[in-house]
Design a protein around this ligand. Structure first.
Ligand code: COA
Length: 379
């Protein structure tokens, strides 16, 4: 017999703790990181400045930014041992699984695994921020049978990622669009992967374990994995003329449309207009407007038919595709950025911790007697 308890399925509407990292305001479709509107950060800052802000709590002064950037660049190289492990990854493995294994490996290489003091955790954060793009790019090239391209310490975070993947850096416009996507993806309060990282931290486990857990949660198509699913959907639709029929058919078959809907935002995701603006700019400069045209039809039809709005994954998926990335790299790119939000939450949780251990409402059989195997066979 179910106990007479109203269970908040999916923890919907439940506030589980305080945070000073970001604020999601569905009533005004807005989002702030440490009090700054995310759109303003996209216009006025680089990803490195925002990665600093999220974890330290303040935008950096010039000398602080220089120190941060010098450290990030210094940590970009991965060990030969890790490179050898990457070369052994199955080529058909999803890059999120490869990345989860890579982060676990750098955790094993770190001798300070049980030191969760503020300074050490910040240092481990910069270590992961720097090495995650190198792991993703090395694995990308391994899958294609190409040689590894070493990080270039004269390049910015975003430029260096393109360099390591493609052995060249694209135009300033493309790099800016990528940088903006990282700023928009960097932090979003108590979403599923961040909450996972906080739960792991609450047991006094280490930051690498918490990040590996976050990666596992982000991979799912209801969360970060949606940016990949959006592009598979757009490719399946293929042509602008098919879009209206495809979406109406999917809705009549009660399909979930990837890149739409959100647990918190019900009337639009604050990050979508900024990402859409940069995706459109790229589409016109690369002559790939068809993805934007198909997206527009899906967007309008979802609002007309269901009153459901797109989330950030909807414009981010085609933006990454137009930049030349394989679809399976989209969620790993999300990790390159969200490592900032996760680390800030891990540090916040550790500073004021109580183990996260909710209750459940039991709905299984009432207590009963255990029979021996002989008695079970004869009854
Ligand atoms: N396509 C079609 N219908 C959708 C939808 C979508 N993308 N998102 C929500 N809905 C509908 C649901 O079917 C449900 O309808 P019902 O009440 O008639 O059953 C209603 O809207 C509420 O959706 P629900 O799944 O209960 O909301 P949630 O808060 O539990 O889930 C998401 C939020 C994000 C997981 C959900 O909107 C989703 O699966 N979206 C697609 C995946 C995605 O883009 N994820 C990235 C999130 S940033």
């Amino acid at each position: 017999m179910a106990e007479n308890i109203k269970v908040p399925k999916g923890l919907a509407g439940v506030i589980t703790d305080d945070t000073s990292i970001s604020k999601v305001m569905p009533e005004s479709n807005s989002l702030t990181y440490r009090g700054y509107a995310v759109q303003d950060l996209c216009e006025k800052c680089t990803f490195e400045e925002v990665a600093y802000l999220i974890v330290y709590g303040e935008l950096p002064l010039l000398t602080e930014l220089n120190d941060f950037v010098i450290k990030e660049r210094k940590y970009r190289n991965i060990s030969d041992d890790l490179l050898d492990v990457i070369k052994k990854f199955p080529k058909n493995a999803h890059p999120m699984d490869s990345l989860r294994t890579g982060v676990s490996f750098i955790g094993m290489e770190d001798q300070r695994i049980w030191d969760d003091s503020f300074d050490t955790n910040i240092n481990k954060y910069i270590n992961m921020l720097a090495k995650i793009p190198t792991i993703i790019a090395a694995n990308f090239r391994h899958k294609k049978g190409k040689d590894f391209v070493s990080p270039n310490n004269n390049l910015t975070f975003s430029e260096n990622f393109f360099h390591m993947c493609f052995d060249k850096v694209p135009s300033k416009e493309v790099v800016k669009a990528f940088d903006v996507s990282l700023i928009l993806y960097a932090e979003h309060s108590f979403n599923a992967s961040t909450f996972t990282s906080r739960v792991i931290t609450s047991t006094n486990s280490d930051i690498y374990s918490a990040i590996c857990g976050g990666i596992g949660a982000l991979k799912g198509p209801l969360h970060g994995g949606a940016n990949e699913q959006v592009m598979y959907m757009l490719k399946e639709i293929g042509e602008v003329n098919n879009a209206k029929h495809w979406i109406l058919d999917a809705l009549s078959n009660k399909k979930k449309i990837m890149g739409f809907g959100h647990r918190v935002y019900k009337f639009g995701d604050s990050r979508v207009p900024t990402m859409t603006k940069y995706a459109k700019k790229m589409a016109s400069s690369t002559g790939k407007e068809k993805w934007i045209q198909i997206s527009n039809i899906l967007n309008d039809t979802m609002i007309e038919e269901k009153n459901i709005y797109p989330n950030l994954d909807f414009p981010a998926g085609p933006a990454y595709y137009m930049m030349g990335f394989d679809i399976e790299m989209f969620t790993p790119i999300f990790v390159m950025s969200r490592i900032s939000g996760w680390s800030a939450h891990i540090i916040e949780q550790a500073a004021n911790n109580r183990i996260i251990r909710p209750l459940s409402s039991y709905v299984g059989p009432a207590q009963r007697k255990v029979l021996s195997i002989k008695d079970r066979n004869t009854t």
